[in-house]
Design a protein around this ligand. Structure first.
Ligand SMILES: Cc1cc2nc3c(=O)[nH]c(=O)nc-3n(C[C@H](O)[C@H](O)[C@H](O)COP(=O)(O)OP(=O)(O)OC[C@H]3O[C@@H](n4cnc5c(N)ncnc54)[C@H](O)[C@@H]3O)c2cc1C
Length: 448
């Protein structure tokens, strides 16, 4: 019955470019006064909004309220690169292969359920086709390090029976317009989303079906109250029979899994609109998505008017920050590196300004497990997405909704069978060790 305080709220550095290129959002609804509902969800990202949709699918009469600390699509939900990947995507490995064939087969099957869930809601909620496209992706390789990673990953895919195709330098040029890549590994199952458009469209679809979504309503305290929970925000209080925490690494700020979660900051830049003559000179396909063959390299996407303009988006630079924040100096340092990487890949576009640059947070556990379970009676978690939060967040959200409804599914069974996130070394040893490791890995993958 004692109020537990939330120790830290999200702080973002730089503009969430994907959100900035969409039409302005309407003013936010803010929680004010006292309110009650059946199920409250903390966090309006992939996990929280997917949980809300799954709850409505189970029982359209449930009263569901979603609270977010900020505006929709301004958190990592609108700061990511928009790859909804079906295959194993283990960032801590050197080629994305996961924890073994059986595990990777199961995860791939579940990831495809999440992608199917996203495709269904695109149709049902009328999202523009450019916000979710089943386009596949390429693991681009520029150096022998990258080519070797692609070869071992291709062997892993062959063992899993997954379709894939090796591309040579000419084929890479035909897709990307860039002569930078010596080869690539194409896999067909990834969907590319406009992450902010997807999140806003999902939220609008839920709101139209009766879900109340309050933005700029951070949960600052929570307490168990009889047969339910009370959440406190700066201007209101929400009583709920059940609560789902869908706030990824911020789970720790609610007092759970402290000392077990790794907070990595990733950074991205989005160019200004590419002028028509430069676009023609560049060539290549209108939209494509390239992840680096080595997880520590640069992700690159070309987008078109269907996503918010003819632009290129580049993502680079992971570092470990237990406080889940990037300083302006950190961001400026990585933007300079991304500028050099962009110019090396697209010399004909040298000097094209980056219109938006930003940093965002992702949360990993050392043993690559999520936290999708009942934490206390009536309090559930859909958190710790391990770098593939568009897909994994969708899954943990569905799973937490199923748990809250007392439903057993292959998603709940998968996450409930996972181990606890393992304990990390104490601060500051964890930070020093992780950053030294990340710098070394990034140096190894410097051409990628
Ligand atoms: C640059 C970058 C590139 C990335 N690229 C990809 C990619 O291509 N594919 C991919 O799958 N993943 C990618 N990711 C990771 C992905 O963005 C995250 O894993 C994903 O957003 C996690 O989803 P989520 O719903 O769990 O959390 P989030 O999207 O972070 O949503 C959690 C929400 O909780 C809210 N919240 C936190 N605390 C509180 C509180 N106290 N009260 C109320 N609300 C609160 C936050 O405001 C936030 O909106 C990338 C991340 C970054 C930064």
């Amino acid at each position: 019955m004692t109020l537990r305080k939330v120790s830290r709220l999200p702080v973002h550095t730089g503009q969430a470019g994907w959100n900035s290129i969409l039409p302005p959002a309407p003013p936010p609804a803010v929680l004010g006064g006292d309110m009650a509902c059946d199920i409250a969800i903390v966090g309006a990202g992939f996990a929280g909004l997917s949980a809300a949709r799954r709850l409505l699918m189970s029982d359209p009469k449930l009263s569901v309220v979603v609270l977010d600390a900020g505006r929709l699509a301004e958190s990592s939900a609108g700061r990511n690169s928009g790859f909804m990947i079906d295959l194993p995507h283990e960032l801590t490995s050197s080629d994305y292969a996961g924890a073994g064939e059986a595990h990777d087969r199961t995860l791939t099957r579940l990831n495809r359920q999440a992608i199917g869930f996203a495709e269904d809601l695109q149709r049902e909620y009328g999202l523009p086709t450019g916000y979710f496209q089943r386009s596949g992706k390429i693991n681009g390789a520029a150096s022998e390090v990258g080519a070797a990673a692609n070869r071992t990953y291709a062997e892993h895919l062959a063992a899993l029976g997954e379709p894939h195709e090796m591309l040579d330098a000419k084929a890479m040029r035909q897709v990307t317009g860039s002569s930078y890549y010596a080869g690539g590994l194409y896999t067909p199952g990834t969907a590319l989303i406009q992450p902010a458009g997807y999140i806003r469209g999902l939220a609008a679809g839920l709101a139209a079906r009766g879900v109340a979504i309050f933005e700029t309503s951070p949960v600052t305290g929570f307490e168990s109250a009889g047969a339910g929970w009370t959440l406190t925000t700066p201007k209101g209080r929400l009583r709920a029979t059940k609560v789902i925490l869908a706030n990824n690494g911020h789970l720790e700020n609610f007092g759970y899994k402290r000392g077990r979660l790794m907070h990595i900051m990733l950074n991205a830049c989005m160019t200004a609109e590419i002028p028509g003559d430069a676009l023609r000179a560049l060539g290549g396909q209108e939209t494509w998505g390239l992840t680096p063959s080595d997880p520590m390299g640069s992700t690159v996407r070309r987008i078109s008017t269907a996503q918010g303009g003819n632009r290129i988006v580049i993502r680079q630079g992971g570092y470990y920050r237990p406080n889940m924040q990037t300083s302006a100096a950190d961001l400026a340092r990585v933007v300079a590196r991304m500028r050099a990487k962009f110019d090396a890949r697209f010399p004909s576009l040298r000097g094209l300004p980056f219109e938006h640059s930003w940093s965002g947070h992702l949360c990993l556990s050392k043993n690559a497990v999520s936290v999708m379970r009942e934490l206390e009676p009536g309090l559930y978690s859909a958190c710790v997405q391990n770098g593939l939060g568009t897909t994994r967040g969708t899954l943990t959200g569905i799973g937490a909704a199923d748990l809250a409804m007392g439903r057993d599914s292959d998603i709940t069974r998968f996450f409930l069978s996972e181990a606890e996130p393992v304990r990390l070394p104490p601060h500051p040893i964890d930070t020093i060790g992780a950053n030294a490791y990340l710098r070394w890995k990034e140096w190894q993958a410097r051409a990628e």
